[in-house]
Write a protein that binds this ligand. Structure first.
Ligand SMILES: Cc1ncc(COP(=O)(O)O)c(C=O)c1O
Length: 464
């Protein structure tokens, strides 16, 4: 189709239903029409540049249109496009695993392919459940999850979610879980006079949130099959950064009560938190790990659910014992997706972006604090690796949020699009989820422009 802005918008408005979007919000405003991208920037149909400050929903790792990733796809298209993965294998899937294993602890040795983060979680939940069933512990059927946790939008993933805004309506469709409090340092009842969470690496508390988790394990462990958590960063729940000690405590409790652990690194994996995987920062290993988004450098959809040998062995039996894992999708281990995942992992190995990016990350954190800490509407500042967030509040002293009807986050989003960047909010939390290729100059421009947008919207609100 030849690009015709008016026509694109007309057909889109008439026929397309966008994700996580109240379509009526676009009744009298147009979404940007993106036609090209390069590095950290998009180009709109009018030729305007727009900083992709959230890495296209937390997927993009090395910047848009990386030549090596593009080349890998092109080459793969001369070899093999697709083959079903039940009863067949191919070298491209094997190479993904061989390369990925170099970055993972050796205990995580069995890999199940699928195609998106929610599915990686569904697979993990079914595996954890069936692990106990296959071994005769039929009462262990329930999951523990965290308030503010998010694991995707399919029904299993929704069941273990803890963000009410997304999940409340679907409750009758979901299974029952135990929800433990989030390690949300800024809003911790023990910590009401605490200012900023910052990187949450120096906790000054007794981890009351872990005590609550232990109460659940203690009373119900014989009914619990697993606990699921996002390591070090509750992403969709508000970019909540929490101390590594919490994760270590969670693992210790789970082991004590013989509960399986599922780490969801769909958002945090592949360098985003400053290490290849966030769990490394706590020095812990789960029974099951979920990966997606950045696995292909954020270019094509692919996911993995990774387990220990112990989990795998609970399924490994003569066919008639009925222990098979009945799960699979049409595009499991698609070779084109594999080819770009291989190129992504090769980039991590050859170019060491995390080592090279240390100075940029430090600069990002320092400038976040310098620019935002004196603003009366900034309640909390938190950061980890390439992720940073400010939580906006109506009253800094009491931490009172802005009234929801003011739609502060949404207004900031809309204004940001006019000012050359994408500030997608999570409620009134404004965040940056940057790709690993970002430079100091880009960080500076993104943060100063962001501050100007936020200041403009908040000032406007106060005036109105
Ligand atoms: C931690 C986490 N898990 C799972 C998902 C779901 O992934 P997908 O959108 O690929 O289904 C997300 C998506 O943002 C996520 O942040």
């Amino acid at each position: 189709m030849k690009w015709d802005k008016r026509k694109i918008l007309e057909i889109d408005r008439k026929h397309i239903w966008h994700p996580f979007t109240q379509m009526k919000d676009y009744e009298d405003r147009d979404p940007p029409v993106i036609v090209e991208a390069q590095g950290v920037k998009f180009r709109t149909i009018e030729g305007r540049e727009l900083y992709d400050t959230i890495s296209s929903w937390w997927t993009n790792v090395h910047g848009h249109l990386h030549p090596l990733l593009n080349e890998a796809i092109r080459e793969q298209l001369t070899r093999l496009d697709h083959v079903n993965f039940s009863g067949f294998t191919h070298p491209y899937a094997v190479e993904v695993i061989e390369r990925l294993r170099r970055f993972l602890p050796p205990e995580l040795s069995r890999f199940f392919f699928s195609d998106n983060g929610s599915t990686a979680v569904e697979v993990a939940l079914k595996m954890a459940f069936q692990f106990w069933q296959n071994r005769g512990f039929t009462r262990r059927t329930r999951f523990v999850c965290l308030e503010n946790g998010y694991h995707g939008d399919t029904i299993g993933a929704v069941s273990v979610g803890g963000v009410d805004l997304f999940f409340k309506l679907y409750k009758p469709l979901t299974f029952k879980t135990f929800r433990a409090p989030a390690p949300y340092c800024y809003r911790c009842p023990e910590n009401l006079d605490r200012n900023f969470t910052l990187e949450a690496s120096k906790p000054s508390c007794n981890f009351r949130c872990l005590e609550e988790l232990e109460k659940i394990f203690k009373e119900y462990h014989e009914e619990i099959c697993a606990v699921i958590v996002e390591p070090r960063l509750l992403a969709a729940g508000g970019m909540i950064v929490y101390p590594a000690e919490y994760l270590r405590g969670l693992i210790e409790l789970a082991r004590r009560y013989e509960v399986l652990t599922i780490f969801d690194e769909v958002a945090t994996g592949f360098g985003r938190t400053g290490t290849m995987f966030a769990m490394e920062q706590a020095g812990v290993v789960p029974d099951i790990l979920c990966l997606a988004k950045g696995l292909t450098g954020g270019v094509l959809p692919m996911a993995l659910t990774v387990t220990t040998e112990r989990i795998f062995q609970a399924f490994y039996a003569d066919y008639l014992e009925g222990k098979t894992f009945y799960h699979g999708h049409s595009f499991t281990a698609n070779p084109i997706c594999c080819s770009v995942a291989i190129a992504n992992l090769k980039l991590f190995e050859d170019e060491k972006p995390l080592e090279k990016g240390r100075e940029v990350r430090n600069y990002f954190h320092r400038r976040l604090v310098e620019l935002f800490s004196d603003r009366p509407y900034v309640g909390d500042i938190r950061y980890l690796g390439y992720v940073g967030a400010v939580e906006l509040v109506a009253d800094r002293k009491t931490k009172k949020p802005f009234p929801p009807e003011k739609r502060v986050g949404f207004r900031i989003y809309m204004t940001s699009l006019e000012r050359g960047l994408v500030l997608r909010p999570l409620g009134d939390v404004i965040y940056w989820f940057l790709p690993l290729c970002v430079t100091k100059e880009e960080v500076e421009e993104i943060l100063t422009q962001s501050l100007a947008v936020i200041e403009e919207v908040v000032t406007d609100l106060s005036a109105g």
